[in-house]
Design a protein around this ligand. Structure first.
Ligand SMILES: Cc1ncc(COP(=O)(O)O)c(C=O)c1O
Length: 384
């Protein structure tokens, strides 16, 4: 699929939007495909294209059933809700995770559960760190009932061996496992690990279609048939039942078929850009395993607003800020030429700073947790 099959939107120049991988623009090809979609009613499960997509994604993840949802927030919250029955109970997750920070306190609201964040030392929680935070106190505690993992997390990949270890800890303690796999496609493509290998360790998985996959709308919850029947019921309760959405299902299926196989190319571009920025003295705050780059420009004398202004002239968009940290996210509509432009802009700005006499402060031996804290400051105020 050509990344620029729609290269002008409403007569405006195409913007290489690197603020998020949710920023992909639906293409003309997708609109054409939508015309041929079935037009049944998904609330009554009479839309064949939706059913086909649900069966396909369930099978990819090695689960019995799936539910097409409007958003990753909905599929995460439904998954967790269906694994949690009676308070007092709690969910254990990474302190940086989306379900904890960016879903409006939904776990407390929908599931009346306490959330216990794990402040991991590294880029992912280890089984040991998780085990140390499990609450088994049946007198005063909110007992841990679910462990929720996120993969990728800030673009970094959680190794499948660690997932298995956490799964074993969970099973030994009668705890359910949920995965926020908004970007599990990226982890799977990068590591060449089939989705079902991840799937075997979880009771529920939320996997997004409107992030790197490039679909205009949608996310899937997968699990057992029984659980998905309950999730469908609660989706209706929350107002998330939708009607003639076959057109969104076929657009999503088209993206799975055509964009997912290109994810690795996007990762290669992200790594190329990161290496180049690093060679200019920009600090890369987290490993660039997939499509996200967290940067700190303080050692180059640049501030992000200068970089963002200069990039704008090349039709490249990043979040602007007066500080020196930023998150850059690539997706399939970011072309190699746009990355060349980005590198040139960054080189020009940094060299101009050097010419004006800017001398970088001495390099400190920065600890991993300091880098992580700095990476957190690179988040846009609303994270997508
Ligand atoms: C890791 C992660 N999980 C879940 C979501 C929620 O997805 P949505 O914006 O579709 O609700 C996001 C959104 O960007 C995300 O980054």
């Amino acid at each position: 699929m050509s990344p620029l099959s729609t290269d002008r939107i409403n007569d405006a120049p195409f913007i290489y939007d690197m603020t998020s991988d949710t920023a992909t623009i639906p293409t003309d090809e997708m609109f054409d495909i939508m015309k041929a979609a079935t037009r049944g009613d998904d609330v009554y499960q009479t839309d064949n294209d939706v059913k086909e997509l649900e069966n396909y994604v369930a099978q990819l993840l090695g689960h019995e059933a799936a539910l097409f949802c409007t958003s990753g927030t909905l599929s995460n919250q439904l998954g967790l809700r269906c694994l949690l029955f009676q308070p007092p109970h709690s969910v254990l997750c990474d302190s940086r995770s989306h379900v904890f920070n960016y879903e409006c306190g939904g776990i407390a609201y929908h599931s009346q559960a306490n959330v216990v964040p794990v402040f991991a030392k590294g880029n992912y929680m280890t089984a040991q760190e998780v085990e140390g935070r499990i609450n088994k106190d049946t007198l005063c505690g909110a007992i841990t009932k679910v462990i929720s993992l996120e993969n990728t997390l800030n673009g970094t990949i959680m190794p499948i061996d660690e997932i298995k270890k956490i799964h074993d800890v969970a099973r030994a303690n009668n705890i359910k496992m949920h995965m926020d796999g908004a970007r599990l496609w990226n982890a799977s493509e990068e590591t060449k690990t089939p989705l079902h290998e991840y799937g075997q360790y979880f009771d529920t998985i939320s996997i997004c279609l409107s992030k790197g996959v490039g679909a205009p709308v949608g996310s899937m919850l997968v699990g057992s048939k029984e659980l998905i029947t309950r999730a469908r019921h609660i989706r209706k309760l929350m107002g998330g039942g939708w009607r003639q959405v076959g057109m969104l299902a076929v657009a999503a299926r088209h993206c799975i078929n055509n964009v997912v196989p290109t994810l690795r190319d996007t990762h290669v571009l992200a790594k190329k850009l990161a290496h180049h920025l690093e060679s200019l003295g920009v600090q890369i705050l987290l490993p660039v395993d997939t499509n996200m780059i967290f940067i700190d420009t303080s050692r180059t004398g640049l501030v992000i607003s200068d970089l963002s202004e200069a990039l704008k002239r090349k039709n490249i968009k990043i979040f602007s800020s007066p500080g020196t940290t930023a998150r850059i996210v690539l997706h399939y509509q970011i072309t190699p030429e746009a990355i060349e432009d980005f590198m040139q802009v960054a080189s020009d700005l940094v060299h101009a700073k050097q010419k004006s006499g800017f001398v970088p402060p001495p390099l400190e031996n920065t600890a991993v947790d300091t880098l992580q804290q700095t990476a957190e400051s690179a988040y846009p105020s609303t994270t997508v």
